[in-house]
Design a binder for this molecule. Structure first.
Ligand code: AMP
Length: 435
């Protein structure tokens, strides 16, 4: 037999991790709901063209990282797994005529994304994002609403020291002259550019600015800055986004190298980083305005803005924080223990245990039946290991409609009528929770 393993770049989320992810997702859903972002679920795969157009054919995500699905011989359609949710959501916005809904349409989704990345810590081939999109409003207030929502998410899950980096990448009116200045600048230094960056110079020069190549740091530090080349409309928008953020007391730092290097991305671009995290420059999340995207995917010209926050990296940072003595936030490990385990003095009476546990669950308790055919002592030991507060012991009293209720923590035990059992357990469980 071969030894099977999860595919390279993917991870199994075992119960502790999966529970942590679900808690992060629960905070995300609650927050999105409070801000009026409605849930949307789009397919995990789309026609590849949705991403090729919606993200751009000359981006790394499409050029190198798209998980393409080999078409069956009887199909001409070409599919790909979604590398990010925006393109699919905008496709749905156009397909379902959401431009006739009250604008902006505020949408949110949480789910796995797929990129054929080179796997490393915090970089996976399947990862989870919490995503929000507001489609149909040119800003600047909605830009600030979304950035503040992102910052609040990190605060509510307990990530400490999150910094907001902000930039404006202009619009089709002012970007061309900036790009010309940028290309001139890099051409004059072409000999010093690594091959990847020289390639980008011809195809997507804006991306050179966020190169991770250490050789590029000095060259990029003094490159022309787009914020110095914005047209009046974009400069006004940028200033207004900043003053809205100031009013919301969201501290932010202008980062001229922060770009989403595509023609139809425009104006606001932002990312969230944790300050003082050694070793890498990995963003915890990012987003921006995409005023050209709806039109590009076949709709009427409609502005939009959104973000994607990586849940895997948030879980990672919460873990690191806890290790270094900080608060683990909602990232604390642990699967909730049952309220009660139902055990029996008769190792063969699995029916009785299952029936009582089923009744307790129907009454709203978290009850586990010990369904093994082992001695009572063993059953009680296992209940203790599970972290259950109580055990219900089925024995001879059953004939009189009674059971033993054992408080596993206190080590005390008393007789309780079956008809009172659920009520007694609920009272006991809430005392434990609040005690
Ligand atoms: P991006 O669309 O590339 O800006 O990604 C948004 C966020 O998703 C990033 O800031 C990360 O937190 C997360 N992310 C992107 N790619 C990966 C990956 N390969 N593995 C884990 N998280 C990722």
């Amino acid at each position: 037999m071969p030894t099977f393993r999860a595919p390279r770049g993917t991870r199994d989320l075992l119960p502790d991790d999966a529970a942590r992810f679900l808690r992060l997702a629960a905070v995300a859903r609650d927050l999105a709901d409070r801000y009026g972002y409605q849930p949307i679920e789009t397919p995990i795969f789309e026609q590849a063209a949705v991403f090729e157009r919606g993200i751009g054919e000359v981006t790394d995500v499409v050029e190198k990282e798209l998980f393409r699905i080999a078409p069956r011989t009887d199909e001409s359609e070409s599919w790909a797994l979604r590398p990010e949710p925006t393109a699919g959501i905008v496709r749905a916005y156009v397909q379902h005529g959401m431009q006739t809904w009250p604008q902006p349409v505020r949408l949110t989704t949480i789910g796995p994304m797929f990129r054929y990345d080179r796997p490393q810590a915090g970089r996976y081939r399947q990862f989870w994002q919490f995503d929000v999109e507001a489609i149909g409003d040119p800003g600047p207030a909605i830009d600030a609403e979304i950035i503040e929502l992102g910052a609040r998410f990190y605060a509510e899950v307990g990530v400490e020291g999150v910094e907001v980096l902000l930039n404006s990448i202009g619009d089709p009116a002012c970007r061309p002259s900036y790009l010309a200045a940028l290309v001139d600048y890099y051409r004059a230094r072409a000999d010093a550019l690594p091959p990847t960056e020289r390639h980008r110079l011809e195809r997507n020069p804006l991306r050179i600015l966020d190169s991770k190549d250490p050789q590029m740091a000095a060259i990029n530090a003094v490159a022309p800055r787009i914020v110095d080349h914005l047209c009046a409309a974009c400069a006004g928008h940028f200033a207004a986004v900043r003053s809205h953020l100031d009013a919301l007391r969201i501290r932010h730092r202008i980062e001229p190298g922060l770009v989403r290097g595509l023609d139809y991305y425009s104006r606001t671009a932002f990312e969230f980083y944790v300050t003082g995290r050694e070793g890498q420059q990995q963003a915890l999340g990012g987003g921006g305005r995409y005023d050209g995207l709806v039109e590009l995917l076949g709709g009427k010209p409609t502005p939009g803005i959104g973000f994607g926050l990586g849940l895997d990296r948030i879980a990672l940072v919460l873990g690191e924080q806890a290790e270094s003595g900080g608060a683990p936030g909602v990232g604390a490990p642990g699967v909730a223990a049952p309220d009660v385990v139902v055990v029996s003095a008769d190792p063969n009476d699995t029916v009785g245990r299952l029936v009582v546990a089923t009744d307790l669950r129907a009454a709203g308790l978290r009850a586990r039946a010990d369904v093994g055919r082992r001695k009572l002592g063993r059953q009680l030991e296992a209940a203790g290991r599970d972290g259950a507060h109580f055990a219900v012991i089925l024995g001879d009293e059953l004939a009189a409609g009674q059971v033993q209720l054992r408080d596993l923590e206190a080590g005390t035990q008393r007789t309780v009528a079956m008809s009172d059992l659920a009520r007694e357990l609920k009272r006991g469980a809430s005392q434990h929770k609040h005690g």
